[in-house]
Design a protein around this ligand. Structure first.
Ligand SMILES: N[C@@H](CCC(=O)N[C@@H](CS)C(=O)NCC(=O)O)C(=O)O
Ligand SMILES: [Fe+2]
Length: 233
């Protein structure tokens, strides 16, 4: 089972994947304000949350992963390059996460942040803020690196089959899903662009800072929970 959810405040997508036989479940990029909805949904679907995964340390919202870990048996997982030592699992490129008979592969896609990661489940790719629909994550804060982002998108993500579905971390224009073939063909920042051209585009964006950045980044390094809320021992 698969479900895509949307936080209208931050335009963030959250994904739920369930192994039908065992009811083991995974959430990707849960948002703190929706904790009760996730818990009610997991209960209604008779699911055991096994992993709560982050595509990166978010700058625009606080994660629900630490609170989900406290409320369920879930382990939280982030890329080891995120600087989020509070997470249960420090993931790295090539790791595989098993739940029931399902498998998620970790694909490191640094550039938006050094710890940015994509997750591949069958033919569905969760790209976080590396590859967005018709765009990509910005690279002007949190150790962003446009050259690294170009390399991992073109050398790793664009070598996946064209019909791989692309489920992004955000969309600000009402779109929900794309595919690798479409992004290779028409993404205006990447299609037919050299690395230097891409870097020049990223330098010229001049986007305003996310409203939540000063609260969200330190909170997300702690999985969104304070020291006192962490499990002891
Ligand atoms: N207005 C949003 C800013 C959102 C933002 O900067 N999003 C980042 C992802 S964390 C991004 O990469 N945006 C790409 C873009 O806007 O093209 C806020 O205040 O939260
Ligand atoms: Fe982001």
């Amino acid at each position: 089972m698969f479900k895509q959810m949307f936080d209208t405040e931050s335009s963030t997508f959250t994904y739920l994947i369930v192994d039908d036989a065992t009811r083991d479940a995974v959430l990707i990029d849960p948002v703190d304000t929706h904790l009760d909805t996730y818990l009610a949904m997991l209960k209604a679907l008779n699911c055991n949350l096994k992993y709560s995964l982050e595509t990166h340390v978010h700058a625009d919202h606080v994660t629900a992963s630490g609170m989900l870990r406290n409320a369920t048996q879930a382990q939280t997982g982030v890329n080891q390059a995120c600087g989020a030592e509070a997470a249960s699992l420090q993931l790295k490129d090539g790791d595989e996460l098993m739940f029931g008979s399902q498998k998620i592969r970790v694909i490191a896609t640094p550039g938006h942040t050094p710890g940015s990661t994509s997750f591949l489940w069958n033919d569905r790719l969760f790209t976080g803020d590396a590859l967005l629909i018709n765009g990509c994550g910005r690279t002007d804060f949190q150790g962003g690196d446009a050259g690294a982002l170009y390399d991992c998108i073109t050398k790793k993500l664009f070598t996946l089959p064209d019909d791989t579905l692309v489920y992004p971390g955000h969309d600000y224009n009402g779109r929900r899903v794309s595919c690798i073939g479409q992004e290779k063909a028409i993404n205006p920042r990447l299609a037919g662009k050299t690395s230097d051209e891409f870097i020049a585009i990223m330098k010229s964006l001049n986007l305003p800072k996310p409203k939540m950045i000063d609260i969200a980044v330190p909170a997300n390094r702690m999985c969104g929970v304070t020291e006192e809320m962490m499990p002891q021992g």
